[in-house]
Design a binder for this molecule. Structure first.
Ligand code: ADP
Ligand code: MG
Length: 389
């Protein structure tokens, strides 16, 4: 496949590529809907990602092409750029705009992308293309940014240039991911720890429900507000700045301060989910996949019953997983209402898992899911060229 990309580059630009970069997608293993409550998330890089090949040109233009999309762009090197319609090339263009505005000396470059991440299903192909571009430009133009700078820069591109209010977890995981490690990250302080996450004889199955995440945005805002109400109520007696400072034991003592039953349920999810992340880091680093799997199921139950962000599609996937002895744990991942679930599946049982789940899901939902097998992979980096040597 990588050789094919070198050929595709030659076909696109009539010359060989000089550099070859890769950036993964990501999943959040556990710790859902707690990033905006000062809590811990636990993402890892996956082995699907975005490949990027480059070569300088002498024509003073940036040329963007992607194997995944037909639209292409050629635009002169200049001091700043505006968003151009809704095309995919706004992602790299936004990154280039940031470098240009920071005063870095840029020169003409031909770029070709290819991604094998299912696009638009919550595995963060957007953070992947942003980070791979930022990493490549940083190296090619000797811009001197740290990896953390690149994470903040690409978040700003997604928020301000693309216009999407995403958090920092995606960029962070894609940039700092390490093979067989998960990142326990506080999205506010950006403190993080890479935790051993050896999957042993398991792989990470990613199940796209293929349900559009229509409700996700409005419900997301509703949950953010409910958490703010819970915090306000607790602050009457507790000196805290966010919900995740409260332990489950303390919450038990003070939950009476929250008079609205729904708001109390939301707070329970947040506080217990944050606690589950810490337990997950511990049991994973001890190679205890059984316990980790139980925490995944508990996380799903909480997201379904207390936080109410699951749905019949995600529940159907997880319900099936519970019946299969070769599945050690499963949960929805991401904002919910569709998108993807993840499952820890024995490697040698994956083919059967795929067949059975596809049948079970299709019978119930009326269309098929898409199922992928992944491992925990590395973060962004440069690959060697030519790949055939
Ligand atoms: P997600 O991040 O969940 O995959 P988004 O809608 O946030 O979904 O981002 C997907 C967009 O990112 C695509 O529509 C496209 O504009 C851009 N993108 C991602 N991967 C590629 C790629 N390989 N080539 C070109 N554009 C890409
Ligand atoms: Mg995205």
């Amino acid at each position: 496949m990588k050789e094919d990309l070198e050929k595709a580059f030659v076909k696109a630009y009539n010359k060989p590529a000089d550099h070859f970069f890769f950036s993964p997608g990501r999943v959040n293993l556990i710790g859902e809907h707690i990033d905006y409550n000062g809590g811990l998330v636990f993402p890892c890089a996956i082995t699907f990602g975005t490949y990027m090949l480059t070569a300088f040109n002498n024509e003073g233009v940036f040329r963007f092409k992607s194997v995944n999309f037909d639209e292409e762009l050629s635009i002169p090197v200049q001091d700043s750029y505006d968003k151009l319609g809704k095309s995919w090339y706004n992602y790299p263009l936004g990154v280039i705009n940031h470098f240009a505005k920071d005063g870095h000396q840029l020169q003409g470059l031909d770029l070709l992308y290819f991604g094998d991440i299912p696009i638009g299903s919550g595995l963060s192909s957007s953070a992947s293309i942003e980070i791979v571009t930022a990493y490549a430009l940083n190296q090619l133009f000797d811009a001197g940014y740290s990896k953390l700078d690149l994470v903040k820069l690409t978040k700003s591109v997604e928020n301000n240039f693309i216009g999407l209010a995403c958090g920092i977890m995606d960029m962070f995981a894609v940039a700092f991911g390490e093979q067989d490690k998960a990142l326990m990250l506080n999205c506010e302080t950006l403190d993080y720890k890479a935790v051993d996450a050896n999957l042993g004889d398991h792989l990470l199955a990613i199940i796209n429900t293929n349900k559009p995440r229509k409700l996700a945005e409005s419900k997301y805002n509703e949950r953010v507000q409910e958490c703010a109400l819970a915090l306000e109520a607790l602050q009457q007696e507790l000196d805290i700045n966010n919900l995740c400072e409260v332990s489950p034991i303390t919450f038990n003592q003070y939950q009476h301060l929250i008079t609205n039953e729904v708001v109390a349920k939301r707070a329970w999810h947040v506080i217990e989910e944050n606690d589950r992340v810490m337990q997950a880091a511990k049991v994973l680093s001890e190679n205890n996949l059984e316990e980790f799997g139980k925490l995944m199921y508990a996380s799903h139950d909480s997201l379904r019953d207390l936080y109410e962000v699951s749905g019949v599609e995600l529940d159907t996937v997880v319900d099936y997983c519970r019946t299969n002895a070769d599945v050690t744990g499963a949960r929805m991942t991401g904002a919910g209402f569709g998108g993807c679930a993840i499952a820890l599946v024995k490697k040698d049982a994956f083919a059967q898992f795929t067949d059975e789940l596809t049948k079970y899901y299709t019978d119930k939902i009326g269309y098929a899911p898409s199922i992928y097998s992944s491992l925990i992979g590395d973060g962004v980096g440069e690959l060697k060229l030519p790949v055939t040597h």
